[in-house]
Design a protein around this ligand. Structure first.
Ligand code: GSH
Length: 206
């Protein structure tokens, strides 16, 4: 099993943390992608992932899987350990819903702000920018953080009482926020506490 990625970029980290939670980091060979020089837009890379993004998982039979949600789904079922995507129909549906919210309301909104509202990856890679759209997405992300603060008033983690992929996705949104100065507003105390707890997990602390 191989994973094409850039170490410490927010989306690749989602997959690395899922692997760490499953104690399976050593089962994968990581292949670095020279994203800053546009390798992810080369014909060879686009054949692996037409979406031109990292990470991409390559299975031993040559199947390529992109999108962190799909990759973490694979990891969760391929390796032993506590479930990250749920066991019962209800758990699976709730986790999927919250994961999707964390992605659209925070992670993707911050990513869009980074690429449009700031210098992003630099002029060579940011070939189209819409500053106003970027700013709107920053506002959306802050509202998203407020929403998750309210969710955490009644439960330990984003999708209930256990740590799941939904937590990984929200955490990676905050990692992305670190690249472009979008942090947790201090009044969102439930979210601040959740963040401290998540940062202390061995999979993330490492
Ligand atoms: N929805 C994709 C997002 C992947 C993505 O955007 N990854 C970033 C790195 S964190 C990337 O490859 N960006 C390339 C670019 O912006 O040109 C996923 O879940 O894997």
């Amino acid at each position: 099993m191989k994973i094409y990625d850039v170490e410490n970029f927010p989306n690749p980290l989602r997959v690395r943390v899922a692997l760490a939670e499953k104690n399976a980091l050593n089962s994968v060979t990581f292949i670095p992608v020279d994203l800053m020089n546009g390798e992810h837009r080369s014909p060879e890379f686009l054949a692996r992932n037409p979406g031109a993004g990292v990470p991409v998982l390559e299975l031993d039979d040559g199947t390529y899987i992109s999108e962190c949600t799909a990759i973490t789904e694979y990891i969760d079922h391929a390796f032993e350990g506590p479930s990250l995507t749920g066991n019962t129909p209800k758990e699976r549906a709730v986790i999927s819903m919250m994961q999707s919210r964390a992605e659209s309301m925070v992670l993707d909104a911050i990513a869009t702000y980074f690429h449009h509202g700031t210098d992003g990856l630099g002029p060579e890679l940011e070939t189209y920018q819409n500053k106003e759209w970027g700013q709107k997405q920053r506002e959306k992300a802050i509202k998203g953080l407020e929403y998750f603060n309210s969710v955490l008033a009644g439960q330990e983690f984003i999708a209930g009482d256990t740590f799941t992929v939904a937590d990984i996705t929200l955490w990676s949104g905050l990692v992305f926020g670190g690249f472009c100065e979008v942090g947790i507003p201090s009044e969102l105390t439930n979210l601040v506490k959740w963040h401290e707890k998540v940062l202390a997990r061995p999979s993330i602390a490492a």
